[in-house]
Design a protein around this ligand. Structure first.
Ligand code: AVJ
Length: 330
């Protein structure tokens, strides 16, 4: 007896396979930035945050250290804290520590897609007396957000680290509207945004933050292809894709691309989610891997207003590199 065998299909993470297939069959070719963050990519991002050129993380951290007390004094209420895309929540510790000095117990609800990052976030409990961490594994874009509100408390939602910068203005508005729908008037939002070039912030400095001398950002960008090789058995030759960072002034965003250095063909075999794919690259053709939007005080104000928040306080560094905005749900 003969048994007809289906062609053997590798079982893959369907979301990864589908996103890669969709992006790479689009014109121009794209890949979504969430694909950066496998274990290797998350490690590389942690390295980026410590680079001399990557001013974002250290500037925001300094703003938290300088203004945490003012932020909480402004709100004059007992607070429950939630965080969208909390990651390992290292910077958040500064804020939570300050808050535990104003109120007896603090409930902190970090929301993230990565369970390993949330495990890290949970360890804050051991470092900060009075803190209770209630982690939620969820994709805050696609999944419902559940907020546990303690009786009589206001909620302060943290959306920091310029995470909102990865989204188009329309997507950013939708994310904040979805959050706003879970909040009540009087609740608060703390939003961290990277700022557009200005007389005190050059385009060169901005570009350097996304194209560092040590090449860590280049490795971070190329890791997206390495990931497709690892998880989908694709055969991208990483040495034939150059890291590019561009300033798009019309859209007010940094774009990251991977530029094919020659004419080449790449294969992604069939898997449990997608059929086989043969990709052709012309020399100079790019895969657009990330947008990182940069804001002005006006664009922050209009984004917040569109999502029914009113700015209450704005904190920036002297060179206007980064802004932390405290807003109230109206
Ligand atoms: C995590 C989205 C804030 O846009 O600066 C860092 C990601 N990309 N270097 C950013 C990133 C290249 C980062 N965010």
């Amino acid at each position: 007896m003969t048994v007809a065998l289906a062609p053997e299909l590798t079982v893959v993470d369907e979301a990864v396979a589908t996103a890669a297939h969709l992006g790479l069959t689009s014109t121009p070719k794209t890949l979504p930035p969430w694909l950066f963050y496998d274990e290797k990519g998350s490690q590389l991002f942690e390295e980026i945050t410590a680079l001399p050129e990557y001013y974002l993380t250290r500037t925001e951290r300094a703003l938290f250290a300088a203004h945490a007390d003012e932020i909480f004094l402004e709100l004059i209420a007992s607070l429950t804290v939630i965080e969208l895309g909390a990651g390992t929540a290292t910077k958040t510790g500064i804020l939570l520590n300050a808050l535990t000095r104003f109120q007896q117990g603090v409930l902190y609800q970090p929301i993230d897609i990565s369970p390993s990052a949330l495990f890290e976030a949970h360890t804050l409990e051991a470092d900060i007396p009075g803190l209770t961490v209630l982690p939620q594994t969820a994709n805050y874009i696609t999944d419902p957000i559940h907020i546990h509100r303690e009786p009589g408390h206001k909620v302060i939602a943290l959306y920091i680290g310029s995470s909102i910068g990865n989204f188009s203005p329309a997507e950013a508005r939708a994310i904040l509207l979805k959050l706003r729908a879970q909040l009540q008037p009087g609740d608060a939002l703390l939003l961290g945004t990277d700022l557009a070039p200005s007389p005190s912030k050059s385009v060169e400095a901005l570009l350097a933050a996304y194209d560092d001398a040590a090449g860590v950002t280049a490795s971070f960008n190329r890791n997206i292809l390495a990931r497709l090789n690892r998880e989908l058995d694709a055969n991208f030759d990483l040495s034939r894709f150059a890291h590019r960072a561009r300033w798009n002034s019309n859209e007010s965003r940094i774009e990251m691309h991977l530029e094919s250095t020659c004419s080449q063909t790449v294969q992604i075999p069939a898997n449990s989610a997608c059929p086989a794919l043969t990709l052709h690259f012309a020399p100079g053709e790019t895969i657009h891997t990330e947008n990182s939007y940069k804001f002005t005080s006006a664009s922050i104000a209009s984004l917040l207003a569109d999502a029914h928040f009113t700015p209450a306080r704005r904190f920036t560094d002297p060179a206007n590199l980064f802004a932390v905005t405290l807003a109230e749900a109206t």
